[in-house]
Design a protein. Structure first.
Length: 167
């Protein structure tokens, strides 16, 4: 398993957005898919932070350019982005997160901070083998492997310890 790592709160988000958008454009081009304005806008919103966003949060931030807000447009964009491995759905909070390893099919563990909502995406190769073996033993046709764990990220743990020391 990769070393879990939470994104630093003070880093260059624009670099994340730029790299993610460049990868998305290449992924769409290689599949002969259109990277429409809606798909582009939704992905950019997800890349701008490192926390999952629900459809209604995305709708509030989406630039509708004078059009009437429509959840269906957001859902269609998310469905497409998820289908080509650019975003993940975080089941426990019914929200979406930009993939930090886009385009790769992998067993993923999401470490979800209950306080600040930051998420670390960790690839779990050893677990992938175990889950694949279990599925094979039962004849189960495996489509995805996603696990979620909830707790506190290192920064929130540190902040809680500082608060306790101050009181």
């Amino acid at each position: 398993m990769d070393q879990p790592s939470f994104p630093q709160r003070q880093h260059d988000h624009e670099a994340c957005v730029h790299a993610g958008m460049a990868h998305a454009e290449a992924a769409c081009e290689s599949r002969n898919e259109r990277f429409t304005a809606n798909r582009r806008s939704v992905l950019k919103l997800l890349l701008a932070g490192h926390r999952p966003l629900g459809v209604y949060e995305l709708m509030k931030q989406f630039d509708w350019k004078g059009r009437k807000p429509a959840p269906a447009q957001i859902y269609r964009a998310l469905e497409f982005l998820e289908s080509i491995g650019l975003v993940h759905r975080i089941e426990s909070c019914n929200a979406y997160l930009a993939c930090n390893r886009p385009g790769r099919h992998h067993c993923t563990i999401f470490l979800v901070c209950e306080q600040c909502k930051t998420v670390a995406e960790v690839e779990a190769e050893r677990m992938q083998g175990a889950i694949t073996d279990l599925a094979g033993q039962t004849g189960f046709e495996l489509h995805s492997q996603v696990l979620e764990a909830r707790g506190l990220c290192p920064e929130c743990v540190g902040a809680a310890a500082t608060d306790e020391a101050d009181s």
